[in-house]
Write a protein that binds this ligand. Structure first.
Ligand code: UGA
Length: 440
């Protein structure tokens, strides 16, 4: 959605049609209430929609008309069968590819946009070639997405780089050039990188693995800081000032979430194992293991501090999204934390400015473990941070929403049980100031 909306916005001469089988989602894209929250997205969609940007469920028609097709279907981690828990499920990529092959009446450039394991393009090519007829040819490109949620529009308008992988044949390079020209409408050409297909596919997994690794590294150091009295923000700052290390992505936290990091690393782990590289697999797996450890460590710190029990204590959880400026909760650390609090029989009051009540309940439900009766008893979803913290024993910051920095903590303190505890899982609050109010 965001990527193709920006292409339409920057390339008025190109007609962009976004198709999805999900009617409700397409209806939302065509309404005033877009299906995802992303700063700046509304303006871009509203300015192009109906001119050169269209949303429809007419998949076949759109495929027939298109010169270039982005395949942007989901590739979740497999739940069953070979590679379960690690490998990406490519069923949607395959069915989309087969559909293109079936309905196309002219040559197409087919672009892999979904994050896929290395060499997926090869399977797509095999399917397309086996189904192509005489005068129809399909060229395959890989063009991984590097935007981050919450800053998608900014990332798309001013990308650090655009990566386009293609086969190193004359036709492959021609197709690559066609897509380069689209991005060159607004991206400086020195930021558009062309590589072979496999480098492009692997670079996507590699970039996410390297980013997540920085977070796990800093989180591992945060455990040492807490044991020694060093301050993790100071350590991160001191290390980040080395220009070879750099300051970004060194913020210690309650653990990374999101739909990409864990999934992509597990994918890389699976790939390494398939290539008979067990040491490499173990190395990357540790980035995910450390992330789980960080969440557990945070929960146990909370329980220990609250005198070893949180049974019937009221815990205000501020933030449920996996990061600020998004309503997305996939793999959010808040889910793990809240489930642990519920297991310990705490009363959990959750507030997030963008996540819907239905989503929170859906995320916390687990057949046989967390049913509706239990959730009704243990979970309250509130409309404000103030409401969530009323009569609470502890506040737990799980998402770094800006509004949590600007709350009236004197007012909050007055209405909490004493001693009043705050656990800042994002290190966004001024701890000294809070201590002077009386918080622990
Ligand atoms: C990530 C990558 O940053 C994008 O480049 C990539 O395109 C995207 O995945 C993807 O594969 O589609 P995203 O998951 O949207 O983007 O969000 P991030 O900003 O990377 O944050 C991921 C998690 O790490 C969040 O929970 C965030 O709060 C956490 N984080 C981030 C930290 O705990 N510390 C940091 O210093 C930075």
């Amino acid at each position: 959605g965001p990527t193709c909306a920006v292409i339409a916005y920057k390339c008025p001469h190109i007609k962009v049609t976004i198709v999805d089988l999900n009617e409700a989602r397409i209806a939302a894209w065509n309404s005033d209430n877009l299906p995802i929250y992303e700063p700046g997205l509304d303006e871009i969609v509203f300015s192009c929609r109906g001119k050169n940007l269209f949303f429809t469920t007419e998949v076949e028609q759109a495929v027939i008309e298109a010169d270039l097709i982005f395949v942007s279907v989901n590739t979740p981690t497999k739940k069953a069968g070979m590679g379960a828990g690690y490998a990406a499920d490519l069923a949607y990529v395959e069915s989309a590819t087969r559909q293109i092959a079936e309905v196309a009446t002219s040559s197409k450039i087919v672009v892999e946009k979904s994050t896929v394991p290395c060499r997926t393009a090869e399977s797509m090519r095999t399917i397309l070639e086996a189904n192509s007829r005489g005068d129809i040819r399909f060229d395959i490109l890989s063009n991984p997405e590097f935007l981050a949620e919450g800053t998608a529009i900014k990332d798309l308008l001013h990308p650090d780089r655009v990566l386009i992988g293609g086969l190193q044949t004359a036709e492959g390079q021609r197709a690559q050039q066609a897509l380069v020209e689209v991005y060159a409408q607004w991206v400086p050409t020195d930021k558009i990188i062309t590589t072979n297909l496999w480098s492009s596919e692997l670079s996507k997994l590699a970039a996410n693995a390297l980013l997540a690794q920085r977070i796990s590294s800093i989180n591992a150091l945060s455990a040492i800081c807490e044991a020694t009295g060093a301050d993790i923000d100071e350590v991160a700052y001191a290390c980040g000032r080395d220009s070879r290390i750099g300051p970004k992505f060194l913020k210690a936290s309650v653990g990374f979430g999101g739909s990409c990091f864990q999934k992509d690393i597990l994918n890389l782990v699976y790939l390494s194992e398939q290539l008979n590289l067990p040491e490499v697999a173990a190395y990357w797996k540790q980035v995910v293991d450390l992330n789980e450890y960080q969440k557990k460590r945070f929960v146990s710190c909370i329980i220990k501090t609250l005198f070893n029990t949180i049974t019937n204590k009221r815990i205000a959880v501020l933030g449920f999204a996996f990061k600020k400026d998004t309503g997305d909760t996939r793999e959010s650390a808040a889910i793990t934390l809240c489930k642990d609090f519920i297991q310990e029989n705490a009363q959990v009051c959750i507030y997030d400015p963008k996540v819907t009540d239905e989503q929170i309940i859906l995320d916390l439900s687990e057949p046989g473990v967390f049913d509706n009766t239990l959730l009704n008893k243990r979970v309250i979803i509130t409309r404000s941070a103030y409401e969530a913290s009323e009569n609470a024993d502890a506040i737990v910051i799980t998402t770094e929403w800006d509004e949590f920095k600007e709350l009236d903590y004197e007012k909050i303190y007055e209405k909490m049980h004493k001693p009043a505890f705050i656990f800042d899982g994002r290190l966004i609050l001024d701890a000294e100031r809070l201590r002077s109010i009386g918080f622990r």
